[in-house]
Design a protein around this ligand. Structure first.
Ligand code: DQA
Length: 142
């Protein structure tokens, strides 16, 4: 069964209580459960979260080496991290970038993604469904 890694960056451990007007009340554990149910026996879903940039870099290296596909919500690092961008391209990781919120409808500093040029695609603005749409995209792509 193919493995799909769902990598989450800083502050996403606070989902459920963090700015619910923007991010809703769904927790990361709820998102993991929904993804596992949706994947069924089509893929093994493994979800990880870290507030540290280096952990995300190392997990992207692992994914690239293992040929595992990745759903990545890099959170604030999306907008700042050359290290994550280099990790994705250096490890040849197959990544879909996701965001719960529509980053383009928010502050200007969220409009730019450092990683968008090196990922397969970007899905944002659909809340937890952003992750599920990314899962479907990964499962239907070669
Ligand atoms: C986010 C959007 C980012 O701008 C923000 O820093 C986050 C969450 C989202 O899922 O909407 O932490 O990635």
């Amino acid at each position: 069964m193919p493995e799909i890694l769902v990598l989450n960056g800083p502050n996403l451990n606070l989902l459920g209580t963090r700015e619910p007007g923007i991010y809703g009340s769904t927790t990361l554990a709820d998102i993991e459960q929904r993804l596992k149910e949706r994947a069924g026996d089509r893929a093994a879903v493994v979800l990880r979260q870290s507030n540290n940039e280096g952990d995300l870099v190392s997990w992207l290296h692992e994914a690239g080496a293992a040929g595992a596909k990745v759903i990545l919500n890099a959170a604030a690092y999306t907008h700042t991290s050359i290290a994550l961008r280099d990790a994705i391209s250096g490890a040849k990781a197959h990544v879909i970038e996701v965001h719960l919120s529509n980053v383009h409808a928010r502050e200007e500093f969220r409009h730019h993604s450092m990683i968008a040029p090196v990922v397969k695609g970007v899905i944002c603005g659909f809340g937890p469904l952003s992750y599920e749409l990314a899962l479907e995209a990964l499962l239907s792509a070669d």
